[in-house]
Design a protein around this ligand. Structure first.
Ligand code: GLP
Length: 241
């Protein structure tokens, strides 16, 4: 596992953007595995900047997002589809039909099959961006006795609902379920870039970097089974390890 520590999250996001843009330059029809959350906002800001400087071209690029809240349609302000459109897709020359964020308002079983086809059709994403929850979740794979290998509908942890309630007007509005790629889907990616900033993520990152266990109680530890993972953190977090 390759770990890179940056003075601040902004520099870290620039590095992640550079890594994603290199994949786009190498493979013009790459499948990018994308993530949402506060951590990723500046990654997309820098990718869009690269596009505006004519350094990257998205016209044949395809994307798949890790997760979506069940029941939020694409124009809900807190849906991950809207997050992606607002921060990334609407600002580059990507074809909307090549951007895939789980649709969770219709026939979900059909949707799970479609997502599985996209991932398996490409034998996993060419690069997967990942954030991590305070409890170590990746995508919405929450600490549990067993984790899903493939995309499925999952229950959100109470801690995750509380953490994500900062984006909603009240905690009661946070959906309790999500569609999430499974751990196996994530591990199929050819390359994984995980970003985590701030001391509140230290427990999860310590379990990933400082011991040899893989445990369903801290889902990000499954990344130890992959041979091309870059963990990008800031100094504030690294001081707590
Ligand atoms: C959310 C998302 C995750 C994300 C994580 C961290 O619940 N499902 O994919 O990595 O929480 O979010 P943030 O970057 O806002 O801390």
């Amino acid at each position: 596992m390759n770990t890179i520590i940056f003075k601040n999250s902004d520099e870290a996001c620039k590095k992640a953007s550079d890594m994603i843009c290199s994949v786009v330059k190498e493979k013009n029809d790459a499948l990018l595995g994308l993530a949402t959350g506060g951590t990723m906002e500046n990654v997309y800001k820098y990718i869009v900047e690269e596009y505006k400087n004519k350094k990257v071209d998205f016209k044949s690029i395809r994307t798949i997002n890790l997760d979506e809240y069940v029941g939020l349609n694409g124009d809900h302000p807190q849906s991950y589809r809207k997050y992606m459109d607002d921060r990334f897709f609407n600002h580059v020359n990507i074809l909307k039909e090549n951007t895939y964020v789980p649709v969770t308002t219709g026939d979900i079983n059909k949707e799970l099959l479609r997502i599985k086809d996209i991932i398996d059709g490409n034998k996993g994403a060419d690069v997967q961006l990942l954030g991590v929850g305070i409890n170590g979740h990746i995508a919405f794979n929450e600490p549990c006795d067993r984790l899903n290998a493939s995309v499925s509908v999952v229950d959100l942890d109470e801690g995750t609902i509380k953490a994500n309630s900062r984006y909603f007007s009240s905690i009661d509005e946070v959906p309790k379920k999500a569609v999430s790629l499974g751990i196996g889907d994530i591990l199929k990616a050819k390359k994984i870039i995980l970003l985590a900033f701030g001391c509140e993520k230290a427990n999860a990152i310590r379990e990933l970097l400082k011991n040899d266990f893989i445990t369903t109680k801290v889902p990000c530890t499954f990344l130890k089974a992959h041979n091309d993972v870059t963990v990008i953190i800031d100094e504030a977090l690294s001081k707590e390890l």
